[in-house]
Design a protein around this ligand. Structure first.
Ligand SMILES: Cc1ncc(COP(=O)(O)O)c(C=O)c1O
Length: 449
């Protein structure tokens, strides 16, 4: 077969050249030597190019909550592409974006009534932070500019998100980040919390650190606090009992906005539409993405309380109220997929299903206690994490081997972060498949001992 020739680089391009694609958050060289390729997906499984079925233990990247290749979602996207492929997001609208915003607002608690669309979790976070800053400006308190995040928080990869985020490797290469940011301590303490089922008993007092930070900077300079209700990306850290309520109380006391980043916890992962509902805490904004349309078309967004939206609706009618937005905000394909997905969640009662499965899921995860190198297990909703002891020579190597071996030898997809294995299956998982998943995990953990 003759190879295509690229005249600019002078390179011959092999038919399946892996070189050009600089892969995100991936060990590129290891992958390209020994790829883990996926060619198809249906319901609870991925399919490799050779036709091997892989149990999806992670709902893709915590996004495919309805499972894969679901007919109503696929058909909605196909129909939408034929009917209206794209319409401009600025100064024009299309009906499905409005319908989806209303449906999302109806799922959100209290007066979280207004939805601003973006295309990813990172954009959703940066949008929420910008709305917070602009809100204080339009309220005549433009000196309130400080943003408070949390250690071990993940809020995507935009400059706003990495500034309030608390993952060292995501921050240290990228300069001085946003100015005026501070961080709460993270809430994990193995000595106090190891093998807790759901929310740990210990740790609510860590919310009081917010008082200390606010005292240091003065409330008149603080715009917003942003946290994941359940920190996902640094290894699944469920909030200590009472912690989020205390954060809310302190924010209320000092007139500070509270943002819940629900990019992972939104749309059923913890058994409710939003974690805010599970914890009975109403934030001022919620960010979402991923499972809003079961990961089928990029979409994210911010849900804001009525008072925030209303504060912007001033001045002459023809003036743009918020100078922010994306070409693809509320994209027709993403919106159509979102409407079909929310229908499916409701028809199949998938949030309720996750809630009902939670005790069995936690039992299944905890059954791995006592296996070699298992230091802690956390489980909540349909989320689980296992901390492994590092090999003496390299932190993260044991978990990397577990992920690689899981895919190659045990037909299971898992996610890793540092030395932690995380599992977050689609909400359609059966009890039998939970057994299969945990059985495979046990074999993998023994294999990397
Ligand atoms: C809590 C949280 N916020 C933001 C993001 C970023 O989302 P995206 O990768 O779509 O930009 C993620 C991604 O995992 C996340 O978990």
């Amino acid at each position: 077969m003759s190879l295509a020739h690229d005249h600019l680089s002078g390179r011959d391009l092999a038919p399946n050249d892996l070189d050009a694609f600089w892969m995100p958050f991936t060990a590129n060289r290891a992958f390209k030597k020994n790829p883990r390729m996926i060619a198809g997906a249906k319901d609870m499984h991925y399919v490799t190019p050779e036709g091997r079925k892989i149990l999806d233990g992670v709902a893709g990247l915590w996004c495919c909550n309805a499972g894969h290749g679901r007919k109503p979602i696929v058909e909605a996207i196909q129909k939408q592409a034929a009917e209206l492929d794209y319409s401009p997001a600025f100064q024009f609208g299309h009906p499905k974006a409005f319908q989806l915003a209303s449906r999302i607002a109806a799922l959100a608690p209290a007066d979280l009534d207004h939805v601003f669309f973006a295309n990813s979790g990172s954009e959703a976070v940066d949008t929420a932070l910008k709305i917070a800053l602009a809100y204080w400006n339009v309220k005549g308190q433009g000196q309130k500019t400080r943003l408070i995040g949390r250690e071990r928080g993940y809020h995507g990869v935009g400059f706003g998100g990495i500034s309030v985020g608390g993952i060292v490797s995501n921050r240290k290469f990228f300069g001085s980040l946003l100015a005026g940011v501070d961080h709460l301590p993270h809430t994990y303490n193995r000595a106090e919390q190891a093998f807790s089922r759901g929310e740990p008993e210990w740790g609510a007092h860590l919310a009081d650190e917010l008082e200390r930070i606010v005292t240091l900077h003065d409330a008149s300079t603080v715009a917003a606090v942003i946290v994941e209700p359940m920190a996902g990306s640094t290894g699944v850290l469920p909030p200590p009992k009472g912690y989020l309520k205390r954060l809310r109380e302190i924010c209320d006391k000092h007139g500070i906005l509270l943002i819940f980043d629900e990019v992972i916890s939104g749309f059923g992962r913890l058994g409710y539409a939003f974690a805010a509902e599970r914890y009975g805490v109403v934030p001022d904004m919620i960010t979402f993405a991923k499972a809003v349309n079961s990961g089928t078309v990029p979409m994210g967004g911010v849900i804001a309380r009525k008072g925030i939206y209303d504060a912007f609706m001033n001045g002459p009618d023809s003036v743009i109220e918020l100078f922010h937005g994306y070409t693809y905000s509320g994209h027709p394909l993403a919106a159509a997929a979102g409407l079909a997905t929310l229908d499916l969640y409701r028809e199949e009662q998938l949030f309720e299903r996750a809630r009902a499965l939670e005790p069995k899921w936690i039992d299944a995860m905890m059954s791995l206690k006592g296996l070699p190198n298992v230091l802690d297990i956390r489980a909540i909703g349909l989320v689980g994490a296992i901390d492994l002891a590092s090999k003496p020579d390299a932190v993260g190597k044991r978990a990397f081997e577990a992920m690689d071996l899981g895919f190659r030898d045990h037909d299971l997809m898992i996610r890793i972060t540092g030395e932690t294995i995380a599992v977050t299956p689609p909400l359609i998982i059966s009890e039998e498949q939970i057994g299969e998943l945990v059985d495979k995990l046990g074999k993998i953990i023994k294999a990397v001992a």
